[in-house]
Design a protein around this ligand. Structure first.
Ligand code: HEM
Length: 142
């Protein structure tokens, strides 16, 4: 998946409105993933995944801030997510299908909170960006 210059500009334009709200967006996306696709919960054994839990909010913030950082380094997503890629492949061993699920819920949350901004073109570009992130985070599976 290759991001065109227009894709990069579209993703950046959308993310300008996500910055500073990573916790809210991330918690909502994770909550929906855990609710709609309960198999995603299996990686979080022992954590409180309820709607207002401290874990859901802090983890949601971490995930979305990682995306904010990837967008700040959009020409080197591989390099800036390398450590996260090691962690998801070697330590967490997250089944790759779960990345599509989370991407779906992140897009849903963007559509909820930023409906005007999520034009077809912006939707497509963010979708492509999340596919790039998936490719990087699943690139080190043995
Ligand atoms: C941890 C990002 C997808 C499961 C993390 C961390 C980040 C992150 C930043 C914290 C790393 C650290 O503290 O060192 C992302 C991004 C994703 C993604 C950007 C895709 C957009 C997934 C998916 C799953 C998953 C799909 C499984 C359904 C986990 C687990 C942890 C983790 C279990 C450890 C949580 C803990 O115990 O604190 N992820 N992640 N991640 N991720 Fe992901």
């Amino acid at each position: 998946m290759v991001l065109s210059p227009q894709d990069k500009a579209n993703v950046k334009a959308v993310w300008e409105h996500v910055k500073g709200h990573e916790e809210v967006y991330g918690a909502e996306a994770l909550y929906r993933a855990f609710l709609c696709d309960p198999q995603t919960q299996t990686y979080f054994a022992g954590k409180d995944l309820s709607e207002n839990s401290a874990f859901l909010h802090s983890h949601g913030k971490k995930v979305m801030c990682a995306l904010t950082n990837a967008i700040a380094h959009i020409d080197d997503i591989d390099g800036c997510m390398s450590k996260l890629s090691d962690k998801h492949a070697h330590e967490l061993m997250v089944d790759p299908g779960n990345f599509d699920i989370l991407a779906h819920h992140i897009l849903t949350v963007l559509a909820m909170f930023l409906s005007q901004l999520l034009t077809c073109a912006n939707h497509r570009s963010v979708d492509k960006f999340l596919s790039c992130v998936k490719n990087v985070l699943t690139s080190k599976y043995r």
